[in-house]
Design a protein around this ligand. Structure first.
Ligand SMILES: Nc1nc2c(ncn2[C@@H]2O[C@H](COP(=O)(O)OP(=O)(O)OP(=O)(O)O)[C@@H](O)[C@H]2O)c(=O)[nH]1
Ligand SMILES: [Mg+2]
Length: 213
């Protein structure tokens, strides 16, 4: 705690002296395949015209933290500058055999599993550096699981503001309400990153939780 206060104090002085950026570091966290990169890409594309990374139906597509700096977002006349950080999906277990059904060679599947495991460690390391976190969950999946509870518990312990996104609401099986019930103390916004549904609500919630930093 004392170290964090110290760090923030010096960071503040540093940026005042050198006119440093006032970027809000926004992390996209969650289980694999939930749509973190899809959402990060959509936001990035909206405001910079560029994307942040590749999307795939094969889980653990993102195996390194990737980011985009100086993404200025405007909502109702207010502007905020973000550093967007897309992270590898967090899982409790990675089995290379799960990748074989995607017609991947055994050697490639093993390499993907190894890199995905390292990616999880990297995701957790970056948590400390985040000003706020968007937890992206797949609304067609059961939200009551170890990964979600661990991620959100970690954020609470570090006092990092959280916005939960219930993604894939375009799918019939999606149940955003179940996510709301699972995490009643957080803002939950149902979206489709793929179709761009409810992005306005996402920006509204984002600006709301940015005030908590
Ligand atoms: N139907 C539907 N599919 C989506 C949506 N968002 C993402 N997807 C699909 O879900 C799959 C995973 O998307 P990604 O954006 O790669 O997910 P991710 O969370 O970054 O996954 P990892 O990098 O593996 O952790 C892809 O096939 C996407 O096209 C959505 O809103 N609706
Ligand atoms: Mg990804």
């Amino acid at each position: 705690m004392a170290i964090k206060i110290f760090k923030n104090f010096f960071r503040g002085i540093f940026s005042k002296i050198f006119g440093g950026n006032n970027e809000i570091k926004m992390g996209f966290y969650g289980p694999p395949n939930a749509g973190k990169t899809s959402l990060a890409n959509r936001v990035c594309k909206d405001w910079t015209g560029e994307e942040i990374g590749t999307v795939s139906k094969v889980p653990h597509e993102t195996r390194n933290v990737q980011f985009k700096e100086k993404v200025e977002i405007e909502y109702k006349g207010r502007k905020l500058m973000f550093k967007m950080v897309d992270t590898p999906g967090i899982a409790t277990k990675i089995d290379y055999e799960d990748f074989l059904k995607y017609k991947m060679k055994k050697k490639d599947a093993k390499e993907r599993a190894k890199r995905a495991t390292q990616g999880i460690v990297e995701s957790i390391k970056w948590l400390d550096d985040m000003d706020l976190v968007i937890v992206v969950l797949d609304a067609t999946e059961n939200p009551y699981n170890q990964v979600n509870i661990t991620i959100i518990g970690n954020l609470v312990a570090r006092k990092i503001p959280v916005l939960i996104v219930a993604n894939k609401i375009d799918l019939k099986k999606a149940n955003a309400k179940k996510i709301e019930s699972a995490f009643p103390e957080y803002d939950v916004v149902g979206i489709s990153a793929k179709n761009g549904t409810n992005l306005e609500e996402f920006y509204e919630s984002l600006f709301k939780i940015s005030k908590k930093i």
